[in-house]
Ligand binder design. Sequence first.
Ligand SMILES: C[S@@+](CC[C@H](N)C(=O)[O-])C[C@H]1O[C@@H](n2cnc3c(N)ncnc32)[C@H](O)[C@@H]1O
Length: 294
Amino acid sequence: MKHAKHTKHEPAALPEEVRPGQSVELLKELHILTRDGKLNQDSRRKLKQVYHLVNFIEPLLRDVRETKQNVSLVDHGAGKSYLGFILYDLFFKGHKDNDGGAHVYGIETREELVQKSTELAARLGFSDGMSFLPLSVAESTTSDKLPERIDIVTALHACNTATDDAIDFALKKKAKHMVLVPCCQAEVASVLRKNKGKDLGRSALTEIWRHPIHTREFGSQITNVMRCLQLEAHGYQVTVTELVGWEHSMKNELIVATYKNLPRRRPTERLQEVMSELGLDEMKQRFYTPVTAD
Ligand SMILES: C[S@@+](CC[C@H](N)C(=O)[O-])C[C@H]1O[C@@H](n2cnc3c(N)ncnc32)[C@H](O)[C@@H]1O
Protein backbone atom coordinates (compact mmCIF):
# COMPACT_ATOMS: atom_id res chain seq x y z
CA MET A 1 0.00 0.00 0.00
CA LYS A 2 1.29 3.44 -0.92
CA HIS A 3 2.00 5.95 1.87
CA ALA A 4 -0.33 8.90 1.97
CA LYS A 5 1.38 12.03 0.74
CA HIS A 6 2.46 14.50 3.39
CA THR A 7 0.05 17.34 2.81
CA LYS A 8 0.85 19.69 5.64
CA HIS A 9 1.86 23.00 4.02
CA GLU A 10 5.10 24.41 5.30
CA PRO A 11 6.42 27.55 3.65
CA ALA A 12 9.63 26.77 1.77
CA ALA A 13 12.72 28.64 2.98
CA LEU A 14 13.43 31.60 0.73
CA PRO A 15 16.72 31.77 -1.17
CA GLU A 16 19.38 33.70 0.74
CA GLU A 17 19.40 36.36 -1.97
CA VAL A 18 15.97 37.56 -0.80
CA ARG A 19 16.52 40.38 1.69
CA PRO A 20 14.61 40.85 4.93
CA GLY A 21 11.39 42.76 4.34
CA GLN A 22 11.62 42.36 0.58
CA SER A 23 8.33 41.69 -1.17
CA VAL A 24 8.21 38.03 -2.20
CA GLU A 25 5.13 38.88 -4.24
CA LEU A 26 7.13 41.42 -6.22
CA LEU A 27 9.95 38.96 -6.89
CA LYS A 28 7.42 36.41 -8.10
CA GLU A 29 5.68 39.00 -10.28
CA LEU A 30 9.02 39.93 -11.84
CA HIS A 31 9.61 36.19 -12.41
CA ILE A 32 12.74 36.42 -10.31
CA LEU A 33 11.27 33.86 -7.91
CA THR A 34 9.31 30.90 -9.22
CA ARG A 35 5.77 30.32 -7.92
CA ASP A 36 7.16 28.09 -5.18
CA GLY A 37 9.67 30.73 -4.09
CA LYS A 38 12.81 29.43 -5.82
CA LEU A 39 15.42 31.11 -7.97
CA ASN A 40 16.46 29.61 -11.28
CA GLN A 41 19.87 30.22 -12.82
CA ASP A 42 18.68 32.95 -15.16
CA SER A 43 16.83 34.93 -12.55
CA ARG A 44 19.68 34.51 -10.06
CA ARG A 45 21.92 36.20 -12.63
CA LYS A 46 19.38 38.98 -13.23
CA LEU A 47 18.94 39.53 -9.50
CA LYS A 48 22.70 39.60 -8.96
CA GLN A 49 23.02 42.25 -11.65
CA VAL A 50 20.22 44.37 -10.20
CA TYR A 51 21.60 44.04 -6.63
CA HIS A 52 25.04 44.99 -7.80
CA LEU A 53 23.59 48.17 -9.25
CA VAL A 54 21.47 48.73 -6.15
CA ASN A 55 24.66 48.66 -4.08
CA PHE A 56 25.93 51.62 -6.08
CA ILE A 57 22.63 53.49 -5.86
CA GLU A 58 21.95 53.01 -2.15
CA PRO A 59 24.67 55.45 -0.94
CA LEU A 60 23.40 58.00 -3.46
CA LEU A 61 19.87 57.73 -2.06
CA ARG A 62 21.25 58.18 1.45
CA ASP A 63 23.26 61.18 0.29
CA VAL A 64 20.16 62.90 -1.12
CA ARG A 65 18.21 62.04 2.04
CA GLU A 66 20.72 63.94 4.14
CA THR A 67 19.35 67.16 2.72
CA LYS A 68 15.77 66.24 1.77
CA GLN A 69 13.26 63.50 2.56
CA ASN A 70 11.46 63.21 -0.72
CA VAL A 71 13.94 61.64 -3.09
CA SER A 72 12.90 61.55 -6.74
CA LEU A 73 14.41 59.01 -9.10
CA VAL A 74 13.83 58.56 -12.81
CA ASP A 75 14.76 55.28 -14.51
CA HIS A 76 15.08 55.71 -18.27
CA GLY A 77 14.49 52.86 -20.73
CA ALA A 78 12.93 51.07 -17.79
CA GLY A 79 11.84 47.93 -19.68
CA LYS A 80 10.02 45.74 -17.15
CA SER A 81 11.23 48.11 -14.42
CA TYR A 82 13.13 45.51 -12.39
CA LEU A 83 15.43 48.22 -11.10
CA GLY A 84 12.70 50.73 -10.22
CA PHE A 85 10.57 48.14 -8.45
CA ILE A 86 13.43 46.68 -6.47
CA LEU A 87 14.68 50.13 -5.45
CA TYR A 88 11.17 51.16 -4.44
CA ASP A 89 10.64 47.97 -2.47
CA LEU A 90 14.00 48.16 -0.67
CA PHE A 91 14.40 51.88 -0.07
CA PHE A 92 11.39 53.99 -0.95
CA LYS A 93 8.39 52.23 0.56
CA GLY A 94 9.96 52.30 4.03
CA HIS A 95 10.85 55.99 3.78
CA LYS A 96 7.65 57.48 2.55
CA ASP A 97 7.35 60.98 3.84
CA ASN A 98 4.13 62.57 5.10
CA ASP A 99 3.42 64.42 1.90
CA GLY A 100 4.26 61.37 -0.19
CA GLY A 101 6.73 63.32 -2.35
CA ALA A 102 9.31 60.54 -2.74
CA HIS A 103 8.82 59.04 -6.16
CA VAL A 104 10.22 56.59 -8.69
CA TYR A 105 9.38 57.24 -12.33
CA GLY A 106 9.90 54.69 -15.08
CA ILE A 107 10.26 56.06 -18.63
CA GLU A 108 9.66 53.55 -21.39
CA THR A 109 8.50 53.81 -25.01
CA ARG A 110 6.85 50.37 -25.12
CA GLU A 111 3.31 51.04 -23.96
CA GLU A 112 2.57 47.41 -23.06
CA LEU A 113 5.47 47.42 -20.59
CA VAL A 114 4.31 50.74 -19.11
CA GLN A 115 0.83 49.31 -18.66
CA LYS A 116 2.11 46.12 -17.05
CA SER A 117 4.32 48.04 -14.63
CA THR A 118 1.44 50.39 -13.76
CA GLU A 119 -0.81 47.41 -13.01
CA LEU A 120 1.87 45.68 -10.98
CA ALA A 121 2.51 48.82 -8.89
CA ALA A 122 -1.22 49.00 -8.18
CA ARG A 123 -1.37 45.32 -7.13
CA LEU A 124 1.57 45.78 -4.78
CA GLY A 125 0.23 49.01 -3.28
CA PHE A 126 3.17 51.02 -4.70
CA SER A 127 1.11 53.39 -6.87
CA ASP A 128 1.45 56.39 -4.56
CA GLY A 129 5.19 56.46 -5.07
CA MET A 130 5.68 54.97 -8.53
CA SER A 131 4.65 56.16 -11.98
CA PHE A 132 5.36 54.74 -15.40
CA LEU A 133 5.16 57.01 -18.40
CA PRO A 134 4.89 55.93 -22.06
CA LEU A 135 7.42 58.45 -23.30
CA SER A 136 10.78 58.49 -25.00
CA VAL A 137 13.61 59.78 -22.84
CA ALA A 138 13.78 62.91 -25.01
CA GLU A 139 10.03 63.54 -24.64
CA SER A 140 10.20 63.10 -20.88
CA THR A 141 12.63 66.03 -20.60
CA THR A 142 9.85 68.49 -21.41
CA SER A 143 6.88 66.49 -20.15
CA ASP A 144 4.71 68.23 -17.55
CA LYS A 145 4.16 64.82 -15.93
CA LEU A 146 7.57 65.09 -14.34
CA PRO A 147 8.80 67.65 -11.82
CA GLU A 148 11.31 70.35 -12.72
CA ARG A 149 13.99 68.87 -10.49
CA ILE A 150 14.97 65.20 -10.19
CA ASP A 151 17.53 63.93 -7.68
CA ILE A 152 18.75 60.71 -9.25
CA VAL A 153 18.67 59.54 -12.86
CA THR A 154 19.37 55.96 -13.88
CA ALA A 155 19.56 54.39 -17.34
CA LEU A 156 20.39 50.71 -17.51
CA HIS A 157 21.11 49.43 -21.02
CA ALA A 158 18.85 52.09 -22.50
CA CYS A 159 19.27 51.57 -26.24
CA ASN A 160 21.61 53.52 -28.48
CA THR A 161 21.31 57.29 -27.92
CA ALA A 162 18.76 56.94 -25.08
CA THR A 163 21.70 57.14 -22.65
CA ASP A 164 22.70 60.49 -24.19
CA ASP A 165 19.11 61.69 -23.89
CA ALA A 166 19.14 60.54 -20.25
CA ILE A 167 22.27 62.65 -19.67
CA ASP A 168 20.55 65.63 -21.29
CA PHE A 169 17.47 64.98 -19.10
CA ALA A 170 19.61 64.81 -15.96
CA LEU A 171 21.48 68.01 -16.83
CA LYS A 172 18.22 69.89 -17.46
CA LYS A 173 16.67 68.50 -14.24
CA LYS A 174 19.83 69.36 -12.30
CA ALA A 175 20.13 65.81 -11.01
CA LYS A 176 22.60 65.33 -8.19
CA HIS A 177 23.46 61.79 -9.23
CA MET A 178 23.41 59.75 -12.41
CA VAL A 179 23.93 56.02 -12.75
CA LEU A 180 24.37 54.92 -16.34
CA VAL A 181 25.08 51.55 -17.89
CA PRO A 182 25.22 52.38 -21.60
CA CYS A 183 24.14 50.07 -24.38
CA CYS A 184 25.85 50.12 -27.79
CA GLN A 185 25.72 53.60 -29.27
CA ALA A 186 25.74 53.55 -33.05
CA GLU A 187 25.58 57.28 -33.78
CA VAL A 188 29.25 58.16 -33.20
CA ALA A 189 30.41 55.08 -35.15
CA SER A 190 28.18 56.13 -38.05
CA VAL A 191 29.83 59.57 -38.14
CA LEU A 192 33.31 57.99 -37.97
CA ARG A 193 32.27 55.69 -40.81
CA LYS A 194 30.83 58.50 -42.90
CA ASN A 195 33.97 60.62 -42.55
CA LYS A 196 36.44 57.76 -43.00
CA GLY A 197 37.29 58.66 -46.59
CA LYS A 198 38.53 62.12 -45.73
CA ASP A 199 39.89 61.31 -42.25
CA LEU A 200 41.99 58.22 -42.94
CA GLY A 201 45.56 59.17 -43.63
CA ARG A 202 45.25 62.45 -41.71
CA SER A 203 47.04 60.81 -38.81
CA ALA A 204 48.37 57.34 -38.02
CA LEU A 205 45.88 57.24 -35.15
CA THR A 206 42.98 56.97 -37.63
CA GLU A 207 44.11 53.33 -37.97
CA ILE A 208 42.26 52.82 -34.69
CA TRP A 209 38.93 52.84 -36.55
CA ARG A 210 39.88 51.88 -40.13
CA HIS A 211 38.45 48.34 -40.08
CA PRO A 212 34.63 48.16 -39.85
CA ILE A 213 34.58 46.13 -36.62
CA HIS A 214 37.01 48.62 -35.07
CA THR A 215 34.84 51.53 -36.23
CA ARG A 216 31.94 50.03 -34.29
CA GLU A 217 33.92 49.16 -31.17
CA PHE A 218 35.96 52.35 -31.09
CA GLY A 219 32.80 54.38 -31.79
CA SER A 220 31.14 52.76 -28.81
CA GLN A 221 34.13 53.31 -26.52
CA ILE A 222 34.82 56.90 -27.52
CA THR A 223 31.12 57.65 -27.00
CA ASN A 224 31.49 56.74 -23.33
CA VAL A 225 34.69 58.78 -23.10
CA MET A 226 32.85 61.80 -24.50
CA ARG A 227 29.89 61.22 -22.16
CA CYS A 228 32.26 61.30 -19.19
CA LEU A 229 33.95 64.47 -20.43
CA GLN A 230 30.56 66.07 -21.03
CA LEU A 231 29.49 65.29 -17.46
CA GLU A 232 32.76 66.66 -16.08
CA ALA A 233 32.31 69.75 -18.24
CA HIS A 234 29.04 70.32 -16.40
CA GLY A 235 30.69 70.13 -12.98
CA TYR A 236 30.12 66.44 -12.19
CA GLN A 237 32.60 64.07 -10.62
CA VAL A 238 32.64 60.89 -12.67
CA THR A 239 33.69 57.34 -11.86
CA VAL A 240 33.70 54.52 -14.37
CA THR A 241 33.72 50.93 -13.18
CA GLU A 242 32.48 47.51 -14.15
CA LEU A 243 28.92 46.47 -13.39
CA VAL A 244 29.41 42.71 -13.44
CA GLY A 245 31.99 40.29 -14.80
CA TRP A 246 32.40 40.03 -18.55
CA GLU A 247 30.85 36.58 -18.50
CA HIS A 248 27.45 38.13 -17.78
CA SER A 249 27.18 40.94 -20.23
CA MET A 250 29.21 42.53 -22.98
CA LYS A 251 27.95 45.95 -22.00
CA ASN A 252 28.90 46.39 -18.41
CA GLU A 253 30.46 49.80 -18.13
CA LEU A 254 29.00 51.64 -15.19
CA ILE A 255 29.23 55.43 -15.16
CA VAL A 256 28.36 57.13 -11.88
CA ALA A 257 28.28 60.93 -11.88
CA THR A 258 27.74 63.20 -8.89
CA TYR A 259 27.31 66.94 -9.11
CA LYS A 260 30.13 68.69 -7.24
CA ASN A 261 30.31 71.98 -9.11
CA LEU A 262 33.86 71.08 -10.20
CA PRO A 263 35.89 73.32 -12.52
CA ARG A 264 34.59 72.98 -16.05
CA ARG A 265 37.21 74.52 -18.31
CA ARG A 266 39.63 71.62 -18.73
CA PRO A 267 37.07 68.88 -19.48
CA THR A 268 35.27 71.27 -21.83
CA GLU A 269 38.46 71.96 -23.76
CA ARG A 270 39.41 68.28 -23.74
CA LEU A 271 36.03 67.26 -25.15
CA GLN A 272 36.25 69.87 -27.93
CA GLU A 273 39.75 68.66 -28.74
CA VAL A 274 38.75 64.99 -28.83
CA MET A 275 35.83 65.75 -31.15
CA SER A 276 37.90 67.81 -33.53
CA GLU A 277 40.83 65.34 -33.54
CA LEU A 278 38.48 62.49 -34.43
CA GLY A 279 36.51 64.40 -37.05
CA LEU A 280 33.43 64.40 -34.83
CA ASP A 281 32.70 68.14 -34.80
CA GLU A 282 29.17 67.49 -36.02
CA MET A 283 28.50 65.73 -32.69
CA LYS A 284 28.96 68.97 -30.75
CA GLN A 285 25.25 69.41 -30.25
CA ARG A 286 24.89 65.93 -28.81
CA PHE A 287 27.83 66.35 -26.43
CA TYR A 288 27.11 69.96 -25.59
CA THR A 289 29.07 71.75 -22.91
CA PRO A 290 28.24 74.85 -20.84
CA VAL A 291 28.37 78.15 -22.68
CA THR A 292 30.89 79.54 -20.23
CA ALA A 293 33.37 77.14 -18.69
CA ASP A 294 35.30 78.28 -15.63
C1 LIG B 1 17.68 46.59 -23.14
S1 LIG B 1 16.21 47.17 -22.43
C2 LIG B 1 16.70 47.49 -20.76
C3 LIG B 1 15.55 47.49 -19.81
C4 LIG B 1 15.91 47.72 -18.35
N1 LIG B 1 16.54 49.00 -18.15
C5 LIG B 1 16.77 46.60 -17.85
O1 LIG B 1 17.98 46.79 -17.74
O2 LIG B 1 16.24 45.52 -17.58
C6 LIG B 1 16.06 48.80 -23.09
C7 LIG B 1 14.67 49.41 -22.93
O3 LIG B 1 14.74 50.78 -23.32
C8 LIG B 1 13.59 51.12 -24.06
N2 LIG B 1 13.96 52.27 -24.89
C9 LIG B 1 14.79 52.29 -25.96
N3 LIG B 1 14.93 53.53 -26.43
C10 LIG B 1 14.20 54.33 -25.62
C11 LIG B 1 13.95 55.72 -25.60
N4 LIG B 1 14.51 56.54 -26.49
N5 LIG B 1 13.14 56.21 -24.65
C12 LIG B 1 12.58 55.38 -23.71
N6 LIG B 1 12.78 54.04 -23.70
C13 LIG B 1 13.57 53.53 -24.64
C14 LIG B 1 13.28 49.85 -24.83
O4 LIG B 1 11.91 49.80 -25.22
C15 LIG B 1 13.62 48.78 -23.81
O5 LIG B 1 12.53 48.41 -23.02
